[in-house]
Design a protein around this ligand. Structure first.
Ligand SMILES: *Cc1c(COP(=O)(O)O)cnc(C)c1O
Length: 465
């Protein structure tokens, strides 16, 4: 069999990819016609493709490569662990050192009352764990009717049947019979798009109070938990008004509703603290983790569980687990990632250097004729594209047309930004330097300028009526 390597011509690799590889969240026929970009290697904040481009990764992969690419230590730990113990499960009254050490380390980083970790292979799996765990918790407490989980429209919690149901993405719900029963979705605190004439703070409060209204409408005895990302990521980096989270916490406390903070993006430094829950000052009962836990070097996720829930769950058998729960290689790599984040003071770098520089760059784009609001917290930011910022107008063109054009121009200028409909989003590696942030800003502005000219030529700057 001839080897398929980086040395094959791009077109040949693209043809093979199109023939055999089905991409996630992609119209594969369109991709096949265009040809996928082939990433060959990466270092620091830069990706390299098969055409010799050096691309600044403004998304840290998929929000995960917090530590940057090319850290040899992680590769060495993985190799060492593979030689010593490549795999063993944690089902049969057994355990191993990487799982023990990682669970202990995570517990020491998490808020004081969260000291127990249930491992999974991904964020989706971890949220499936959470769904079953909160229902099981209430059943074991003698309240089996508490099964409903309240979530939010446009939330992202993963793509399995359970986690996709917890999420609030309507294009996902439209396929495959989601959501499953007893999951309900309230509005997101997305002032720019949905706030109407309300002030951001009034709108934030109203969104939070929808949680209370939903609990009261269903009955407290039906509701198990509320799940939310501290800052919505895939939904468009939506930073809620400051009134939102305190009110949600008050409501969860008042009605004894468990709070699940999905920290898959916000966790491990993204918002400038170890967890987004600290940044928005909430006290979750469970935190979902994945992505930045291993900086994406290995697939791993988990649920960090409160002492109270663990006490109840641990008193019986929880009939749940994954072959790769606590996988030794993934756990060893995650542990090494956490060691580096701590020993190199990466969170200090974020707080003192990178986040201020990123905010200055990002907010500086606010004067561009296509840009409405710019929003940023720590190392995640978004901006709204609009034909008229004063009225927060939408484009007459289909939602996402402008966003897609900006993203394409960004790719063409060797910067990876993503778009969510007509919002552009960034989430670079935490280790990015001020010089690299400056380059990011230059490329982002160039992309906006080029998209603006293109949209003007195509008469796409019209407002929706
Ligand atoms: C990515 C993501 C998930 C799902 O994680 P996977 O590892 O892709 O299964 C869950 N929640 C949030 C907030 C995410 O961003």
């Amino acid at each position: 069999m001839p080897a398929i390597t980086n040395h094959l011509p791009t077109a040949e690799l693209q043809a093979l990819d199109a023939a055999h590889h089905m991409h996630p969240f992609t119209t594969n026929d369109e991709l096949a016609a265009q040809g996928a970009r082939i990433i060959t290697r990466a270092n620091g904040v830069y990706l390299h493709d098969s055409e010799g481009n050096e691309i600044l990764d403004g998304m840290a992969g998929l929000w995960c490569v917090n530590i940057g690419y090319g850290r040899e230590e992680l590769a060495e730990v993985a190799a060492r662990q593979m030689k010593e113990l490549p795999y063993y499960n944690t089902f049969f009254m057994t355990t191993h050192v990487p799982a023990i050490a990682l669970a202990k380390e995570i517990a020491s980083l998490a808020p004081a009352h969260l000291n127990h970790v249930f491992f999974a292979g991904s964020g989706s799996e971890a949220n499936d764990t959470n769904l079953r765990m909160v229902r099981t918790y209430w059943a074991m407490k003698g309240k089996p009717s508490k099964t409903v989980v309240i979530s939010r429209k446009n939330a992202y919690h993963g793509s399995s049947v359970g986690s996709g149901s917890l999420g609030g993405m309507s294009p996902m719900h439209a396929q495959g019979g989601l959501p499953i029963p007893d999951i309900t979705h309230i509005n997101q605190p997305h002032w720019w798009a949905e706030g109407g004439d309300a002030t951001p703070n009034d709108f934030g409060l109203a969104c939070a109070q929808e949680l209370e209204a939903t609990i009261l409408a269903m009955g407290e005895d039906r509701v198990a938990a509320f799940i939310a990302e501290p800052i919505q990521g895939a939904g468009g980096v939506i930073i809620p008004p400051e009134t939102y989270w305190p009110e949600v916490q008050r409501i969860c406390d008042k009605y004894e509703i468990l709070l699940i903070a999905d920290e898959v993006i916000c966790g491990f430094g993204r918002t400038g603290n170890w967890f987004g829950s600290e940044t928005v000052n909430i006290r979750p009962d469970i935190m979902t983790i994945a992505k930045g836990l291993s900086s994406g070097y290995q697939p791993i996720g988990g649920s960090i569980v409160s002492d109270e829930i663990a006490t109840v769950i641990n008193s019986g058998e929880f009939n749940h687990g994954y072959t790769y729960s606590g996988h030794p290689v993934a756990a060893a790599v995650a542990l090494e990632n956490l060691r580096i984040l701590q020993e190199e003071n990466v969170l200090d770098h974020v707080r003192d250097v990178a986040a201020p520089a990123l905010a200055e760059m990002w907010n500086g784009l606010g004067d561009h004729p296509l840009v409405g609001e710019t929003k940023i917290i720590g190392m995640m930011g978004s901006l709204a594209l609009t034909p008229k910022k004063e009225t927060r107008a939408k484009f007459a063109a289909d939602a996402g047309t402008a966003g897609y054009m900006c993203r394409e121009r960004s790719f063409a200028n060797n910067l990876i930004m993503r778009h969510v409909y007509d919002r552009l989003i960034i989430s670079p590696p935490l280790v990015i330097t001020p010089e690299e942030i400056k380059l990011m800003g230059q490329r982002a502005r160039l992309a906006l300028d080029e998209a603006y000219v293109q949209m003007k030529d195509l008469d796409l700057l019209k407002e929706a009526s």
